[in-house]
Design a protein around this ligand. Structure first.
Ligand code: UDX
Length: 442
């Protein structure tokens, strides 16, 4: 059993720290944010992440997981230190590494015996070397450490599952000693033969960016094919299903929508494209995915405006779904932000409902009317836009919706509503790539 410290208690640090404690190790999650740590010490979870509460509670009760603001002490006592602080997008489109380098300095100053230093945060390719240099500079001459790049592949809303049952563990290090220690950290995964990919530090950093950028590209690709389906009366669901039957393509991440959001795809694609340009390489595919994504968000605005011949002034529009996807309250880069801004700019009144993200969006758009359920949100509105695929939106009673609205007008950006019923009830509707002669309205 190892003594392990995670620095940073965001959704990566908290999920990974609780997950590693579940593997049987002694874990301390450290953060300078006093309020966050106070919440965690009271057994409250500061973020919405299904299953995280139980995972934390189980391991705190077992005495394997604790929380502290004393980062220095947490580093000193650790055999393995994970860096899991945020790397938000800076103004220049690159990742802001201020927090990363600050933590590296703290590690150097507290290197009282051999440790493995492991970066889980998503950092630009080449950052590992900079972290090593900072620690080298600040540590005493005789203090040894090894460095590992161990990127995460956690999706918000399924982060606990993604951590405990990963497709692979990537370990970027040139130290056999550190590799053995990391295999012990991930012992339960190692035993059930989860692929443990050992590679160089910079290759591990590249794997993270290349994976995320590819997933973003896949989404922009299916979104553009869906837009063409609109024009040729093809059904994107049938297209995606048939494409996904090809093992080389896989059915995952082929769901068209209003454009990707979140704290990763937008930031990571821009950081990768920027880094490439600085190296004299243009990533036309990644740049294309970024451009197509912004265009998709704008296309959704044009679609809802299209119901009113472009003039939404004085209309009341309901937005169902505010977070960047379902199962999360995170609104970072959500398509709802572009949609609400455009509706307000066009003189429309906006009502909104999201099962858990109302509060976060109200900080950005206080003039929007936030409702406690979809029925209240659509009542007396001239149109409705569905932006996330919450189960409760899939089950909407369309007859009741029609009765509540001034006009039966709906933009379903997630293609979750049964088209046959929309037709039968006389809705004017738009979606993403399913306007055509839809064979089945699954
Ligand atoms: C992503 C990566 O999936 C994860 O591996 C990485 O560690 C962090 O970034 P996340 O952003 O949390 O995870 O959620 P994800 O489920 O990937 O969705 C990202 C965005 O893409 C959301 O806006 C979602 O609605 C959209 N999306 C996803 C689609 O539009 N279509 C899809 O088929 C899948």
């Amino acid at each position: 059993m190892k003594q392990i410290t995670f620095i940073g208690t965001g959704y990566v640090g908290l999920v990974s720290g609780a997950g590693v404690s579940d593997f049987g190790h002694q874990v301390v999650c450290a953060d300078i944010a006093k309020d966050k740590i106070a919440q965690l010490q009271k057994g409250e979870i500061p973020i919405y992440e299904p299953g995280l509460g139980d995972l934390v509670k189980r391991n705190v009760q077992a005495g394997r997981l604790s929380f502290t603001t004393n980062v220095d002490k947490a580093i000193q006592e650790a055999d393995v230190v994970f860096i899991a602080v945020g790397t938000p997008q800076g103004d220049d489109g690159d990742a802001d590494l201020t927090a990363i380098f600050k933590v590296a300095e703290m590690i150097g100053k507290n290197l009282n015996h051999y440790k493995v230093i492991c970066t889980k945060s998503t950092v630009p390719i080449g950052t590992g070397k900079k972290i090593i240099d900072i620690i080298q500079k600040d540590k005493g001459e005789d203090k040894a450490f090894d460095y590992v790049s161990n990127p995460e592949f956690l999706r918000e809303g399924s982060a606990v599952k993604d951590f405990l049952w990963p497709d692979r563990v990537v370990l970027g290090t040139n130290s056999e000693k550190a590799l053995k220690i990391m295999q012990d950290v991930y012992r339960p995964l190692f035993i059930n033969e989860t692929p443990m990919i050992q590679t160089s530090i910079q290759t591990a950093e590249m794997i993270k960016y290349a994976s995320n950028a590819f997933l973003a590209l896949k989404i922009s690709y299916i979104n553009e094919i869906a837009n063409l389906c609109d024009e040729v009366d093809a059904d994107i669901h049938e297209v995606a299903k048939a494409m996904g039957s090809d093992g080389r393509i896989s059915p995952k991440f082929l769901h068209p929508g209003p454009g990707f959001g979140g704290s990763c795809f937008p930031k990571d694609t821009k950081a990768l494209a920027n880094l490439a340009r600085k190296k004299g390489i243009q990533l036309r595919t990644v740049e294309g995915a970024i451009e197509a994504n912004q265009a998709q968000k704008e296309r959704m605005v044009e679609k809802i405006k299209g119901f009113f011949s472009g003039n939404i002034s004085g209309k009341t529009i309901a937005i169902l779904g505010l977070a960047f996807k379902s199962e999360t309250d995170d609104i970072r880069d959500s398509s709802a932000i572009d949609m609400i801004q455009a509706l307000l700019d066009g003189g429309a009144k906006v009502k909104a409902y999201d099962p858990i993200a109302n509060n976060n969006m109200s900080k950005l758009f206080p003039s929007v009317v936030y409702c406690k359920n979809w029925e209240e949100a659509v009542k007396d509105t001239d149109g409705t836009v569905i932006l996330t695929e919450w189960r409760e939106f899939r089950g909407i009673d369309l007859e009741q919706m029609k009765a509540l609205m001034n006009m039966p007008v709906i933009l379903d950006t997630r293609n979750i509503l049964p088209i046959k019923d929309l037709n039968r009830l006389g809705f004017q509707y738009e979606n993403v790539g399913r306007k055509g002669n839809v064979k089945n309205d699954s």
